[in-house]
Design a protein around this ligand. Structure first.
Ligand SMILES: Nc1nc2c(ncn2[C@@H]2O[C@H](COP(=O)(O)OP(=O)(O)OP(=O)(O)O)[C@@H](O)[C@H]2O)c(=O)[nH]1
Ligand SMILES: [Mg+2]
Length: 395
């Protein structure tokens, strides 16, 4: 039995050509999708389909015609590597042809690559599914999946970033009273000092604020001394309040400040009395001047992040500050939770140094935290509202 190879731009066209030349005696043995040019991850620039066919012995009405038309089919006639497959009704295969299996293969490979990257960065399953669904849509708009790996990864990070909100408004115009909440030891006090420097020592006058710090933590030994030490280094006033009256007085004495940073108690979720005390104290300032922000560590597990957000939701959280990013390799957990709880990101901190180790959240700072991509996002990792003077780390 002789085999005939028919080459066409796609499966439909190959079948049509074959039928025109050989009539209904034609049987399709196998199909191969061939790249005209190679490319990364099967991303060849041009593809064609090779059909290997044979003519059924019992029904070959057009052999002569076929011989005459040999010039219309490629020379290559080869022995099959696998057993022939019947293809009496190629129309039934047409949907598969419309799918363009080679394109589908490329798309599947890219999606698998994206899934691996997202999993490696600890994104949650719902977040991964959402990103992949968006990617499938975008790849579909790219004819023949004609994408380089870099283009595809850019598309991937674009989807990631599109799902995470960033609180640019607060970065540029923080509320007059900025309350920072969060679990014990998460980095609240240190972050308050960093924010104080960011705005209080800001070189760009449009972002500069007169800062006053207040701690409502009168429970932990040394809480005031810690914040006060930062205040002394930064040259900013610090008050400690333990009841509503003291809070009113402190707010009074801070009347000329246009940014009042309020450090809070790292309350244990089990301590109900402390929670009530904090809620009572934090209802003292004018609520329309207040913004409530939650600090959580980048190394917390997804479920713990969600639990904390839900515990502090009673305050009406405006945005999230992620601390201690230097202690974790991945940021997918945080971004997934932000998406899940519809909470924007405000700042990221990545070290103990005040004021250096704080960065405003932005597309580029988030990308700087993504691992495993071929693209180098590291150079994008910068930075702040504007340049700040650093009286703590620089003489
Ligand atoms: N590695 C790292 N350490 C940090 C970061 N932010 C704060 N810390 C450290 O975390 C420890 C706790 O920081 P604090 O600012 O006292 O935390 P807190 O939330 O105020 O703690 P409590 O008031 O006790 O609830 C300190 O040793 C900080 O220097 C950060 O971004 N990275
Ligand atoms: Mg503290």
């Amino acid at each position: 039995m002789k085999y005939i190879t028919i080459v066409a731009n796609n499966f439909d066209e190959a079948v049509r050509k074959a039928r025109e030349q050989y009539g209904s005696a034609l049987r399709i043995h196998s199909r191969r999708d061939v790249m005209a040019r190679g490319g990364f991850l099967w991303l060849g620039k041009q593809m064609h389909v090779e059909l290997t066919c044979y003519l059924a012995d019992d029904d070959r009405p057009n052999v002569a015609q076929a011989d005459e038309q040999k010039v219309m089919v490629p020379e290559s006639v080869s022995e099959p590597e696998t057993q022939p497959v019947e293809a009496r009704e190629p129309e039934k295969e047409a949907p598969a042809a419309e799918e363009k299996p080679a394109v589908a293969d490329k798309r599947d490979a890219l999606i698998a690559h994206a899934r691996t990257l997202l999993q490696a960065n600890q994104f949650s399953s719902p977040f991964i599914d959402e990103v992949l669904a968006l990617l499938v849509g975008s790849i579909g708009e790219s004819p023949n999946g004609d994408l380089s790996l870099e283009e595809f990864e850019l598309m991937l990070v674009d989807k990631i970033v599109s799902l995470v909100k960033i609180d640019h408004e607060t970065q540029l115009r923080p509320p007059r009273i900025f309350v920072l909440l969060g679990p014990t030891g998460i980095g609240k006090t240190t972050t308050i000092a960093k924010i104080a420097a960011l705005y209080g020592l800001q070189q760009l006058s449009e972002f500069r604020r007169t800062v006053h710090m207040i701690t409502i933590d009168s429970f932990r030994v040394g809480a005031f001394e810690q914040l006060n030490a930062f205040g002394n280094s930064l040259g900013m006033p610090v008050d400690q309040v333990s009841d509503e009256q003291e809070f009113y007085k402190a707010l009074d004495s801070a009347s000329d400040a246009d940014l009042i940073l309020v450090d809070t108690i790292g309350k244990s979720p089990r301590d109900k009395d402390l929670a009530v005390k904090m809620k009572t104290l934090l209802s003292v300032p004018r609520q329309d001047e207040c913004g409530f922000y939650l600090a959580l560590s980048g190394s917390m597990k997804e479920q713990d992040l969600i639990r904390s957000i839900d515990q502090y939701a009673v305050f009406g959280l405006s945005a999230l500050i992620v601390t201690k990013l230097d202690e974790t390799e991945t940021i997918g957990n945080v971004l997934s939770v932000c998406r899940q709880r519809d909470l924007p990101l405000l700042f990221l901190t990545d070290g103990q140094r005040v004021p250096k180790d704080i960065h405003k959240a932005s597309a580029s700072t988030l990308l700087g935290q993504l691992k495993g991509f071929s693209l180098d996002f590291g150079t994008l990792w910068s930075n702040q509202v504007g340049p700040v003077v650093d009286p703590v780390n620089e003489p």
